[in-house]
Design a protein. Structure first.
Length: 287
């Protein structure tokens, strides 16, 4: 474990495990088969191992490479299996992976670190455009929120900063105009309502833990390096928006609801953020 960034992994790990475990408990009490909700616990362990590896091994240009890879994989989803005309998944053996959930957390962290590079913005807007095409209003809006925040904190001129944020907002708005015919699944998109049906206390605990886990990148980054208070903000904004947008549509509730992709993806984002907090030259600056 890393002596500085391991604090970020510990904070996020503790809160995310509590959230995932609570989601599993809700499913068990609602008679969802254990063979389904156990996958979330497995995904949490896989994500932890991947995050530790990234935090330890990520090199100087890892962020730039991962941002480009995210664009390629989101584009590949357009040729993957569709559900009622919606393209968000890639088939990996027996698994159907929601690729945006897996790669966007890393893309947010990578863009934040390479924000002064024009190529990074080109890749970010390419990803946003692809999310509109999928369509996925939830992920387009969450990613646009993080992109807009990063845009407003660059060292570019005010018109450029506002222009970048405006493009992100416009693409997010466009994503809501695309029809999304998928019906919600109770243990995926409606897990909080499922918890409320069991007992309101579970639903309240679920919301509190989800918000706390969303803020973990900010707190963890602060504990890892006092100078890095703002390092985790874009990632926290992305996670918080992903969870909050479930109020406005039939979108998967991350961590709590059944779904391996966001569990692994959030861990990957946290792992890359931890790598960037290592002492010495930035491991993912791409410079």
């Amino acid at each position: 474990m890393l002596q500085g960034p391991h604090r970020l992994l510990q904070v996020y790990g503790a809160l995310s495990l509590a959230t995932v475990a609570l989601g599993c408990l809700i499913c068990a009490l609602a008679d969802v088969p254990a063979s389904i909700w156990m996958r979330n616990l497995i995904a949490w362990g896989v994500g932890l191992a991947a995050a530790v590896s990234i935090a330890t091994l990520a090199g100087k240009r890892t962020g730039t490479v991962l941002l480009g890879l995210a664009a390629v994989l989101v584009a590949a989803s357009l040729f993957g299996p569709a559900q009622q005309g919606v393209h968000r998944w890639l088939a990996v053996g027996p698994l159907s992976i929601n690729i945006a959930f897996v790669v966007l957390p890393m893309a947010v962290v990578a863009l934040d670190r390479t924000r002064e590079r024009a190529s990074s913005w080109g890749l970010a807007f390419t990803i946003l455009g692809l999310l509109v095409l999928q369509p996925d209003a939830s992920q387009a809006t969450a990613f646009a929120g993080a992109v807009g925040l990063i845009a407003l904190t660059t060292r570019r001129s005010t018109p450029v900063r506002l222009g970048l944020a405006g493009v992100a907002a416009a693409l997010a708005a466009l994503s809501w105009l695309r029809p999304d015919p998928l019906a919600p699944v109770p243990e995926v998109e409606e897990i909080v309502a499922l918890a409320w049906a069991v007992t309101p206390g579970l639903a309240i605990a679920a919301v509190v833990l989800t918000v706390a886990t969303s803020l973990a990148p900010i707190l963890g980054a602060r504990l890892a390096a006092a100078r890095s208070f703002g390092a985790g903000v874009p990632l926290s904004v992305y996670v918080l928006l992903t969870a909050g947008l479930t109020v406005f549509g039939a979108f998967p509730m991350p961590l709590l609801g059944i779904g391996m992709s966001p569990i692994v993806g959030f861990w990957l984002g946290v792992g890359l953020l931890a790598a960037q907090l290592r002492p010495g030259p930035s491991p993912a600056s791409g410079s």
